[in-house]
Design a protein around this ligand. Structure first.
Ligand SMILES: NC(=O)c1ccc[n+]([C@@H]2O[C@H](COP(=O)([O-])OP(=O)(O)OC[C@H]3O[C@@H](n4cnc5c(N)ncnc54)[C@H](O)[C@@H]3O)[C@@H](O)[C@H]2O)c1
Ligand SMILES: N[C@H](CO)Cc1c[nH]c[nH+]1
Ligand SMILES: [Zn+2]
Length: 423
């Protein structure tokens, strides 16, 4: 792993993938065709892109039950326990609607309403993570969303969805599931077909066709974010254990050849030891080819002059995941301004959050932790403002409001107020 002296250009932001002109044209064509031909287009694209011919792409109750029976009992128990943890964490995010009443009778407030319906895209292949099903469905459920739809491409061999994905969906409480992937799935969720009623918001990651389609339909429906490859930054001092630091870096490197893995430390001794450990452990990993590319192209160890400089470096990176492996991690927490999730101490390695602890693993990437947050209950709700002015309140403020309206040249606004002042 490269050991670098700090320079203030430190960044793990990769350029956002806008796809090629050809890919953008394909996505536009797919969306338009689904809008015109509905279910028939879904069937034809599934045959063309996934090699599966289906008459009916809705997952049946029997399929869900069959899948549930195929997953090991112990694994089901683990998924259920993780689901309980995720639910109880997200329940703490719930905020009530509120109203205040002033002495003059004015009532102001904010009404919180769940979205009516949301769609979760679950990518195909090895990235069909049951944990991500929990992380998307459970906050939506906690928010009060009534209709939760899942779409995912059918396996190219079996024509089915992975049993663990269906089991996780069942445990999380999502039963409306379609075997459709790619841009055609996003189009169906956004605009509807004969079988798939449209949703109000689409969440979940996917390949470039999925990402471009989400961007294309944004505005007609809401979307969560366009998630980039996984990132981990570790802030460590000389007390950190090199084998643990290396294992944690590799835990994210194995996700994606473009995953970013960075150690920031004032300890040159730790830097050397971690570099050697990464090399040793990498050779033992089943997904070593993916992890090796990530480490080679997006991995770095920065040796800083001081811990303060290391903290500033981490804040500039604004990583998706930050581990603090120092003698007293809690003492540094107050100085961390930008990170999607912060893992404190050597007994909280990042996979604790990926699977089990409760906080969401859908996190801002590409430096966007500077201004955005983990997926949360509010992503599945919206707010309406509530205003009630009493006669007394309108009469005492009406002239000011009318004057403000005239400042903007909006006479009808002013008269809407004044017509009430004269009565
Ligand atoms: N950021 C994250 O958190 C995260 C998590 C999991 C997965 N992912 C990403 O999900 C992706 C999974 O990719 P995948 O391809 O296995 O599954 P996918 O479900 O994202 O895409 C499969 C679909 O892509 C479409 N497609 C494929 N080739 C096409 C073509 N030439 N023209 C038009 N459409 C085409 C097909 O409709 C197919 O059903 C990876 O890119 C991975 O990085 C990201
Ligand atoms: N670390 C990933 C998000 O960055 C989430 C995940 C799913 N499964 C394992 N990890
Ligand atoms: Zn992970």
């Amino acid at each position: 792993m490269k050991i670098l002296k700090l320079n203030d250009q430190v960044s793990i932001k990769r350029s956002v993938d806008n796809g090629t002109e050809e890919q953008r044209a394909i996505v536009k064509g797919v969306i338009e065709t689904v809008r015109q031909n509905g279910d028939q287009a879904l069937i034809e694209y599934t045959e063309k892109f996934d090699g599966i011919s289906l008459d009916d792409f809705a997952v049946t109750q029997a399929e869900i039950e069959e899948a549930y029976g195929q997953v090991d009992e112990e694994i089901l128990e683990i998924i259920k326990e993780a689901a309980d943890n995720i639910k109880s964490f997200h329940e703490k995010q719930l905020r009530p609607s509120w109203m205040t009443t002033e002495e003059n009778g004015t009532v102001l407030g904010q009404k919180i309403t769940p979205l009516d319906s949301v769609g979760l895209y679950v990518p195909g292949g090895t990235a069909a993570y049951p944990s991500s099903v929990l992380m998307n469905v459970i906050p939506a459920k906690v928010a009060g969303v009534k209709r939760i739809v899942i779409t995912s491409p059918p396996d190219k061999k079996t024509g089915k969805l992975p049993p663990a994905v269906l089991a996780a969906a069942h445990i999380a409480g999502a039963e409306e599931i379609y075997k459709v992937g790619g841009a055609q799935a996003i189009a169906a969720l956004a605009y509807g077909t004969e079988t798939v009623a449209p949703v109000d918001k689409i969440t979940g990651p996917g390949n470039i066709f999925v990402a471009l389609a989400k961007r294309e339909v944004f505005g007609d429906v809401d979307i969560d974010m366009i998630a980039g490859p996984s990132e981990i930054a570790i802030l460590a001092d000389e007390t950190a254990q090199p084998d643990e630091v290396a294992a944690d870096l590799l835990s994210q490197a194995e996700h994606d050849p473009m995953a970013s893995t960075v150690l920031v430390t004032p300890s040159a001794t730790l830097a050397e030891a971690v570099s050697a450990e990464v090399k040793r452990q990498l050779a033992l990993l089943p997904r070593r080819e993916i992890a090796a590319q990530s480490i080679e192209n997006y991995g770095a160890i920065y040796v800083t002059e001081s811990m303060d400089e290391a903290i500033e470096t981490v804040n500039n990176l604004a990583p998706e995941h930050l581990e603090i492996l120092t003698e007293n991690p809690m003492e540094l927490l107050g100085q961390i301004r930008h990170a999607g999730a912060i893992f404190l101490g050597r007994f909280s390695p990042e996979p604790v959050g990926d699977y089990f602890a409760g906080p969401n693993h859908v996190l801002p990437t590409n430096g966007t932790a500077r201004f955005s947050s983990p997926l949360n209950v509010e992503d599945f709700q919206k707010k309406s403002s509530i205003l009630l002015y009493s006669e007394k309140a309108l009469k005492s403020n009406g002239e000011k409001i009318a004057a403000f309206a005239r400042l903007e040249g909006l006479e009808a606004h002013a008269r809407s107020i004044e017509t009430r002042l004269r009565k």
